[in-house]
Design a protein around this ligand. Structure first.
Ligand code: HEM
Length: 154
């Protein structure tokens, strides 16, 4: 393995250990309520984000106006997920950080966020691509949800 790859992996492992043994990691493992609350709000966040995005994307795919409410609900869902996800992750960062399903999930979330950016930047200029964005969005966000559930089984 090239030296720089080994260095990146070693640095990643240092970050995982720092997060797991941080105050947040300690609390997520020891506090009776923090992890269950984060897990519950994470599921609520996933339901809000993916549910609202599917409504939004299906409207776009049918060439109809997308409801603004879906945008608001999906944003609330994303914020919930981006707060509760790292909280749960900190409890077992060194283990989950090397879980292939978790790594694939993060890659899918990054691809979905890039697709959102391209939709907002290119959509007005290239309206013909809007349906493709909606289709890719529905696939990627649903994929993130499914992968999130599968983490515990791998
Ligand atoms: C943004 C889109 C995201 C979606 C749709 C999503 C979805 C999910 C779902 C559905 C679960 C299963 C929950 C359960 O059944 O208890 C889950 C678990 C989890 N997610 Fe996410 N998540 C997202 C973002 C994140 C992020 C950004 C992180 C961390 C950096 C994260 C970390 C986790 C962890 C650690 C678990 C628990 C795995 C376990 O069962 O041990 N998630 N996610």
């Amino acid at each position: 393995m090239p030296e720089f790859i080994n260095n990146i992996i070693a640095y990643y492992d240092t970050l995982l250990r720092a997060l797991e043994f941080s105050r947040l990691g300690g609390l997520a493992r020891s506090d009776v309520w923090l992890y269950p609350a984060a897990n519950t709000l994470h599921v609520l966040g996933a339901a809000l984000l993916v549910g609202a995005i599917l409504v939004y994307d299906l409207r776009i795919l049918r060439g109809r106006e997308a409801p603004r409410t879906a945008l608001v609900l999906s944003t609330i869902g994303l914020i919930l997920l981006l707060v509760t996800g790292p909280t749960m992750f900190s409890a077992e960062a060194t283990a989950i950080g090397h879980n292939p399903i978790f790594l694939l999930k993060i890659a899918v979330i990054l691809a979905a966020l890039i697709n959102v950016l391209l939709y907002w930047l290119a959509g007005p200029v290239l309206p013909r691509l809007v349906r493709l964005h909606a289709f890719v969005s529905a696939l990627l966000w649903t994929g993130a949800l499914v992968l999130g559930r599968l983490i515990a089984y791998f």
